[in-house]
Design a protein around this ligand. Structure first.
Ligand SMILES: Nc1nc2c(c(=O)[nH]1)N[C@H]1C(S)=C(S)[C@@H](COP(=O)(O)O)O[C@H]1N2
Ligand SMILES: [Mo]
Length: 264
């Protein structure tokens, strides 16, 4: 985590307006390389408030919010991405129903994976690369969490996921956790990589259930990685392969230039 004092002063420091559209425009400027990828869907005020954890109740808070956005852009990652911090957990009564679906395609195109033939491939710096079956994953100790999923497109929702703590899985298969990256391949051509500290974070789980039921197709059957310390797009669904590596495997959005905070 970078020290926030090291950031150059925001060019928007002088702004003392609470005009919503202006705030969004300014934030879009700060986020500019990635903005064009999401177009109009990219930002909402609610999304920005959630991303930055800033409330908009005073003129100074606008400046704070914009500085916070600027920090994301500068890869400082701010509070949301601190791998040593625990993400907040919520009571089950706060679960968002229905929980939203999102992907780079519509819900009816979500890949249908056959649980009988499925096995999770392992690659890279892992001692035991024998593919892992769903039965094996289900037999491991399970834990659950009610956490908030935040999507950069401007929405967030609280959901409940259950599954295997990822650090325990990595230990079981003999992964070299001194390597910097963990890569994921998915049944729908999505791919992604995360940093090892996030992989080992206690709230990072291989989710096998959603809201107490087998993970539905739309939410990533048979298994997704749930990381409440990362934004939505960093949570890969329908995982088919996991690799441990010292070469950054990139990611679906990151390789299109969308790398301003995700790569940590
Ligand atoms: N395999 C795969 N994983 C993915 C995506 C995708 O398109 N394919 N989209 C990401 C994005 S942008 C979001 S917001 C979340 C949405 O997860 P949900 O459908 O459970 O809400 O999945 C993430 N993981
Ligand atoms: Mo997302």
């Amino acid at each position: 985590m970078a020290d926030s004092n090291k950031f150059p002063p925001s060019p928007f420091r002088q702004k003392i307006t609470l005009d919503r559209e202006m705030i969004i425009k300014d934030a879009e400027k700060l986020l500019s390389p990635s903005r064009r990828l999401f177009g109009k869907k990219m930002l909402s005020l609610g999304g920005l408030v959630m991303l930055t954890g800033c409330k908009l109740d005073a003129p100074e808070s606008v400046e704070k919010l914009l500085e916070s956005v600027s920090r994301f852009n500068d890869k400082a990652q701010a509070w949301l991405f601190d791998p040593t911090k625990l993400a907040p957990e919520y009571p089950e009564s706060m679960i968002t129903r229905p929980f939203p679906f999102n992907a780079f395609y519509s819900e009816d195109k979500a890949p249908v994976v056959d649980p009988r033939s499925y096995s999770l491939k392992l690659a890279g710096m892992i001692d035991n690369k024998t593919p892992v079956t769903l039965a094996q994953l289900n037999a491991m100790p399970q834990q659950s969490q009610v956490t908030r999923h935040i999507c950069v497109e401007g929405w967030s929702a609280i959901g409940k996921w259950g599954g295997v703590r990822f650090s325990e899985f990595l230990k079981m298969v003999g992964a070299d956790t001194t390597q910097p990256y963990v890569g994921f391949k998915c049944a729908d051509d999505y791919y992604l990589s995360i940093d090892m500290p996030t992989a080992l974070h206690p709230q990072t789980i291989m989710a096998l259930t959603y809201d107490g039921e087998t993970l539905p197709t739309k939410y990533g059957f048979p298994m997704k990685l749930r990381m409440p310390t990362k934004l939505g797009y960093k949570n890969p669904k329908h995982i088919t392969e996991i690799s441990v590596t010292n070469v950054n495997p990139g990611g679906y959005w990151e390789d299109q230039g969308y790398n301003w905070f995700g790569g940590s």
